[in-house]
Ligand binder design. Structure first.
Ligand code: GLC
Length: 715
């Protein structure tokens, strides 16, 4: 449709129609027979039957035939035959599930991220989905918060790079193409800073910290052309994000120039009442409209009170028109006026879902997300044909897809399958699976006596962790240790004198310090999706040499949280051994158990000859370093560049990731890696604007945030 035609359509719409366009309800409100997976609390909707044909979009309807049918029916009844928008939570794949976003962050590989998102788009588009509520770009520092699994991690740059790659993967060059879907970044903003790691809890960060750490990912999504942004449940400056003009008018629209659609999170307009901002639904609608909300998800206050607000003059109808204009533009950009079914295609759906090519890609990606945390005595990689003991709740579990695998359900693989595929002779014991804490299940039973049967195994793989349903939304935890009998199992295996390889399945950093002494090797396997089993097998048997690095710090203990690498120095930093009157704990080191950027390999990499050279006028700096593979195993090294601004008009983090790259090194091979350090990389928010200030800087390059070579430079 041309812009002129679109303008004419908007002008011809009634106010009721416009308010309907701004309302999104789940498929069950459209009279579909089967119930749907709700992703939030169902409230009493004040919805009249005549409202239903006016609704502009729905969420989490799946199936090409069903969606084609829904669209046809809807357009027949809609007064201007405006097509509905079908949105869904395609978070890490639709049917072929790839690793959870926190694991994808650990890959430090934006190419794989983009490929994964493009695969998800192909499968989602074929099933009729036109837009996904992804990527989540919330910076996370608190593993008590279950939704850390949905984020690329604790670093602003890593989040920005992975977010950009995800948006590009979903949308491609032309989002109206039948194999592409539109992207909705979320949750804007600062949702990951919930106090106590308790979901939906208060967020209270200064404007400086918000801009310095939390906004980079959302900005990257906007710059990458994301079609939509979603409000977060939390407050910012004591105002719920869904009613925050600072976030949605000032920052998102005025400063960043975002002209896409702003949708609320599930029931978030209504929740401004319990938040204590709005006295009632009408006031909630007014706050949302003034903040610039375009679509209200799963509550109906704009629909119910919009007309009254316009008639009374409390809301200018221009705001409604602006919102509906953005929605119509999005539908037009997706080509829905020409083809309201977009990519929905029952044949394609069957052909693509978990097809061999997608499963192979998922397996490759998954192996690149596995982080090797410990490998004492190099017991990994395992020898082909090894006699392997296998114990623990994830030994033969299909619960390895991770949260938000909404419709995948089937088609995942177990660790046992992965091991046997590599020719291992496997004997199992104590493999009772976990069930969700939400069902009142907190531990597997003590079957440690069974472990004696593994006495004759060369090595025992202990598949431990947390249930995937105890991660993700509304899954905050205060205790991050493995359950008691899982810890007891590891200790028993150690006492039996067995070589133990712990494989940890989790959606967050767990508190594994208590069991570390019982394990010769530790592998962080997150929730890797459909091909989890084979991918872990590929790493354990050395077909893939691990290259992943932690996207989020692992705490020594939950009492240390939040612990993250890019912290400020304080006026009393610990220098050398902790002592009185410095910033430390009496009972725990300040450092995490494993820091951001950490990860081992089967190779050994040696860094040398770091050089930092000024170019004409000083910047950009030319940074180079030699990286040598001193082992006899080919590997992929993730080289990280950090900076430290030693003194500035606001205090700066002790370290900030400013670039990273991956290089493949044959045994004995040495490569020179170069980076450019630009003025923008050295700029920061000084509480009024992004500025660069002259002074001393430390430039660091290395294998992990805590393992770097450093050169000082004055600019
Ligand atoms: C949920 C989540 C959000 C999701 C939305 C739709 O409450 O907060 O991430 O996209 O509702 O399911």
């Amino acid at each position: 449709m041309t812009e002129k035609e679109l303008r004419a359509l908007l002008a011809d719409m009634s106010l009721e129609e416009k308010l309907g366009e701004m309302t999104q309800l789940s498929p069950n409100f459209f009279g579909t027979e089967e119930s749907v997976d709700l992703t939030g609390p169902m409230q009493q909707m004040n919805l009249k039957p005549e409202d239903v044909p006016l609704l502009g979009s729905t969420l989490n309807a799946f199936g090409a035939e069903k969606i084609i049918e829904m669209q046809k029916h809807h357009m027949e009844l809609q007064p201007h035959h405006i097509p509905m928008l079908f949105m869904a939570d395609v978070i890490h794949g639709l049917k072929t599930i790839y690793p959870i976003p926190l694991a994808m962050g650990s890959s430090f590989n934006t190419d794989l991220m983009e490929e994964a998102a493009a695969m998800a788009a192909r499968e989602a588009a074929a099933t009729g989905v036109q837009l996904t509520f992804s990527p989540m770009a919330d910076l996370v520092r608190d593993p008590r918060w279950g939704r850390v699994m949905e984020s690329p991690g604790e670093d602003p740059l890593l989040i920005a790079r992975m977010t950009e790659a995800t948006v590009k993967g979903y949308q491609g060059e032309d989002v109206s193409a039948p194999d592409r879907i539109a992207s909705c970044f979320k949750h804007f903003g600062g949702y990951g800073a919930a106090e106590g790691g308790r979901d939906y809890n208060t967020v209270d960060v200064s404007d400086g910290m918000l801009r310095e750490f939390y906004l980079d990912g959302y900005k990257a999504a906007v710059d990458a052309g994301a079609a939509m942004g979603m409000t977060s449940f939390n407050t910012i400056d004591r105002i719920p994000a869904t009613g925050s003009q600072k976030l949605y008018r000032k920052i998102l629209r005025d400063e960043w120039g975002f002209d896409g659609v702003a949708i609320t999170d599930f029931d978030a307009v209504n929740e401004m009442i319990p938040h204590g901002l709005a006295a009632d639904g009408k006031e909630a609608a007014k706050y949302a409209l003034k903040a610039g909300v375009d679509i209200e998800m799963m509550s109906t206050h704009i629909l119910n009170y919009g007309k009254e607000l316009v008639r009374s003059g409390e809301i200018d109808e221009k705001l409604i028109d602006e919102a509906v204009w953005r929605i119509l533009k999005l539908k037009n950009k997706l080509g829905l006026f020409e083809n309201p079914f977009k990519g929905a295609d029952p044949e394609k759906e069957k052909e693509l879902h978990q097809c061999a090519a997608h499963m192979a890609l998922a397996r490759e990606i998954s192996a690149r997300c596995v982080v090797l945390l410990k490998n004492e005595g190099k017991i990994l990689p395992l020898k082909k044909g090894a006699k392997v003991g296998l114990a623990g709740p994830f030994a033969n579990s299909l619960s390895v897809l991770g949260g938000w695998s909404i419709i995948a359900a089937s088609g995942s693989t177990t660790l046992l399958q992965g091991l046997t595929e590599h020719g291992a002779e496997v004997k199992m014991a104590m493999t009772e699976e976990l069930k969700p804490m939400q069902m009142g299940f907190f531990d597997v039973s003590d079957q440690t006596a069974e472990l004696e049967t593994l006495a004759d195994c060369d090595v025992v793989i202990a598949a431990v962790g947390e249930h995937p349903d105890d991660t993700g939304e509304s899954a905050s935890r205060t205790i991050l240790r493995l359950s008691h009998n899982q810890e007891k199992m590891l200790e028993r295996l150690h006492d039996m004198g067995k070589k133990v390889v712990a494989v940890i399945f989790s959606g967050r950093p767990l508190e594994i310090r208590p069991v570390l002494p019982f394990c010769d090797a530790v592998v962080q396997a997150w929730f890797l999706g459909s091909e989890a089993g084979p991918a872990i097998g590929d790493v354990l048997f050395g077909d893939v040499n691990p290259s992943a690095r932690l996207s989020m710090s692992f705490p020594q203990t939950v009492g240390q949280v939040p612990v993250y690498y890019n912290h400020m120095n304080t006026g009393r930093p610990v220098v050398g051994k902790p002592h009185r009157y410095v910033s430390c704990y009496l009972d725990c080191p300040n450092e995490p158990l494993f820091p951001f950027g950490y990860g081992l390999s089967y190779s050994e990499y040696h860094y040398q000859n770091l050089k930092v050279e000024k170019t004409e006028g000083g910047l950009p700096l030319k940074v180079s370093v030699e990286v040598e593979n001193t082992s006899d195993v080919a590997g992929r090294e993730t080289v990280q560049l950090y900076i430290h601004d030693v003194a500035a008009s606001v205090v700066r983090p002790v370290k900030e990731l400013k670039d990273f790259t991956q290089i493949d090194l044959a045994p004995g091979e040495k490569k020179t890696v170069t980076f450019a350090v630009t003025t923008e990389m050295l700029s920061f928010w000084n509480n009024e604007a992004f500025v660069f200030e002259h002074g001393d800087f430390e430039i660091m390059v290395g294998h992990s945030s805590d393992e770097v070579l450093t050169e000082k430079v004055t600019l």
